[in-house]
Design a protein around this ligand. Structure first.
Ligand SMILES: [Zn+2]
Length: 185
């Protein structure tokens, strides 16, 4: 058994606006009945927001056992974070469309790993392409599965796949581009 997660990661929110935007989206989720208003022990190693009576409007196919799962909450993450998927299949240059990392070629992965470390430490996370020589920030590269680097994310634990329309609604509320990393730990 493991725990699945799917994250709606805002890759544009600044550190200064993350708390306010996180609170606004949370209020909207509570109003819609998608999550409960009170924090409870429903995520790994902490408290989060359990699924509300109408959580089903946020997902493609509700689970019969959703409310009885021990881990089933929403964690609102604010602060500098790498919102990762499990593993990386491909990273493609936004300028020349070359795959810089893929399953057959991981030679350049250590360089991305270094950029992620430096981004965590407050750096720019700019990475240059070994094919065309142009540079791009970590969020500009095309990651499959998606990864996002930002200051605000909504992690849903053991929820069914989120509905694309719901993800678009959250992005509209934020007024920002979002990516949706997912995986299992
Ligand atoms: Zn390139």
């Amino acid at each position: 058994m493991g725990d699945w997660f799917e994250t709606i990661a805002d890759v544009e929110a600044t550190a200064e606006e993350a708390d306010r935007l996180g609170g606004e989206v949370l209020s909207w989720l509570v109003e819609q009945g998608i999550v409960m208003a009170e924090r409870t022990d429903c995520i790994l190693g902490g408290t989060g927001y359990a699924p509300g009576p109408d959580y089903g409007i946020a997902v493609t196919q509700p689970y019969a056992h959703m409310h009885s799962q021990g881990v089933n909450g929403l964690n609102v993450v604010t602060g500098r974070a790498a919102f990762y998927s499990m593993g990386v299949d491909r990273i493609v240059c936004p300028h020349c469309q070359s795959a810089v990392v893929d399953q057959d070629d991981e030679e350049h992965w250590p360089s991305f790993a270094e950029s992620i470390d430096s981004w965590y430490a407050g750096g720019s996370g700019i990475e240059s392409c070994p094919h065309c020589g142009k540079s791009a920030g970590l969020n500009e590269w095309h990651w499959s599965p998606p990864w996002g680097f930002g200051h605000l994310g909504f992690e849903f634990w053991n929820w069914p796949p989120l509905d694309p329309g719901f993800i678009a609604d959250v992005a509209d509320l934020l007024g920002h581009r979002v990516v949706t990393p997912r995986g299992k730990i």
